[in-house]
Design a protein around this ligand. Structure first.
Ligand code: NAP
Length: 363
């Protein structure tokens, strides 16, 4: 009998759910024992539903392929089969996802979510563990507000943010205020889930619109850079962000072209590079299994980072940055890149769960 923590995946058949199944197969702490999806898939074996649309290179992991999929809309099915769930659900509305995630928490099953429904709930932490691990402190107030004993909800931010938030935080932590930021994202098709954007829209094309994405890119940094006060997260006042989000014909890997304006104190390019290279966060200090050893990898080639060449750095969990140079409009500019379905989705969710376990929330 395994002594690993049994975990469930809600939305296990989708793009993010499949990544969870794949990434968790040899995890030292967690073992997938429960899979759930829509009523269309419920009652069928995982492999029978997924093998014709399995997105990962390797085979469906042995331990999961014969599990019978349950209906994710019925949280009582998960009781006793897993200690917590990763939520990778796509439902018709955010309110439905919020209500369902709360229902799992009510049953005493913590939810580590990829969905955006709870990102603006002020007692739900929106975690990038290298930046705001201290935000887990609001979970106690969240449990108290709902009368929950073991259950709670923790979320991760939008996938494209991971390509630049840690580099920006590293500079902020070194004492440089970031006042304004201009970002243009080039986002992979896997970010739209499966089957995602029609191939006739994507091949030989760029789509300069991703519904809701620019708003998320402009607002979410303020919560992530916020602080904990009286059991809630109080948003930071800045930076002011302007975002242009584009869908490009890349399978995995979100690229972001970023310009930053600093306050009065401005770092030199050499100082920026030194800060990024030396940066380490709590996941690295704690040695969490999914923590990249070097969270920010600085590239010096004139034409990097690139999705195909750099997205898999350190299990797909590191952020690659390059093309660091002065900006004629703001102060500096650079290109950031991260793997959207790993660091930006399932891998990021796993790192959040590792942090929560290390801090005693999944005992
Ligand atoms: P997806 O490929 O469309 O998968 C959606 C999943 O939700 C499937 O397992 C599907 O099950 C299930 N589902 C659909 N309708 C349902 C219903 N009525 N009741 C219960 N389950 C239902 O989507 P995805 O890209 O994996 O995204 C999942 C979540 O992660 C979304 O909230 C998304 O915003 C978020 N996210 C995605 C990414 C990314 O890079 N893709 C990054 C960050 C966050 P069936 O197969 O049975 O239909």
């Amino acid at each position: 009998m395994s002594d690993k923590i049994p975990v469930g995946i809600l939305g296990a058949t989708g793009a993010v759910g499949q990544n969870y199944i794949y990434l968790l197969q040899d995890h030292p702490w967690f073992e997938v024992t429960y899979v759930a999806a829509s009523p269309r898939s419920a009652g069928k074996r995982y492999r029978d539903v997924v093998e014709s649309r399995w997105l990962l290179g390797a085979n469906i992991p042995e331990g999961v392929k014969n599990l019978v999929i349950e209906d994710a809309n019925d949280p009582s099915k998960a009781a006793g089969k897993c200690r917590f769930v990763f939520s990778a659900l796509e439902l018709d509305s955010k309110d439905e996802i919020k209500a369902l995630e709360n229902a799992y928490a009510t049953l005493g099953i913590p939810v580590v979510s990829n969905a955006s429904a709870h990102r603006w709930t002020d007692n739900v932490p929106m975690l990038i563990p290298e930046i705001n691990a201290d935000h887990v402190a609001v979970i106690d107030a969240q449990k108290k507000a709902h009368g929950w004993d073991k259950g709670f909800v923790a979320v991760k931010p939008n996938c494209s943010l991971q390509s630049y938030m840690t580099p920006i935080w590293a500079l902020m932590q070194a004492g440089y205020e970031v006042k304004r930021m201009f970002v243009t994202t080039l986002q992979a098709v896997s970010g739209a889930g499966y089957p995602g954007v029609p191939s006739l829209d994507m091949i030989d094309n760029v789509v300069p619109y991703i519904g809701g994405e620019e708003e998320k890119s402009e607002k979410e940094p303020l919560k992530i850079f916020g602080s904990v006060k009286d059991g809630k997260i109080v948003n930071a006042a800045g930076p002011l962000v302007a975002a242009h989000c584009n869908r490009v014909p890349v399978i995995n890997g979100h690229t972001a072209c970023v310009s930053l304006e600093f306050g009065e104190k401005k770092p030199s390019l050499a100082e920026v590079e030194r800060i990024w290279t030396e940066f380490r966060g709590l996941p690295q200090e704690l040695g969490l299994p999914f923590a990249p050893k070097q969270p920010i990898i600085v590239r010096h080639e004139a034409n990097r980072p690139q999705p195909r060449r750099d997205r898999d750095e350190d299990k797909g969990m590191a952020v690659s940055v390059g093309r660091l140079r002065e900006c004629p409009l703001f102060d500096i500019r650079f290109v950031g890149l991260s793997h959207n379905t790993v660091r930006g989705a399932a891998g990021g969710g796993i790192l959040n769960a590792e942090l929560l376990k290390a801090q005693g929330y999944l005992a």
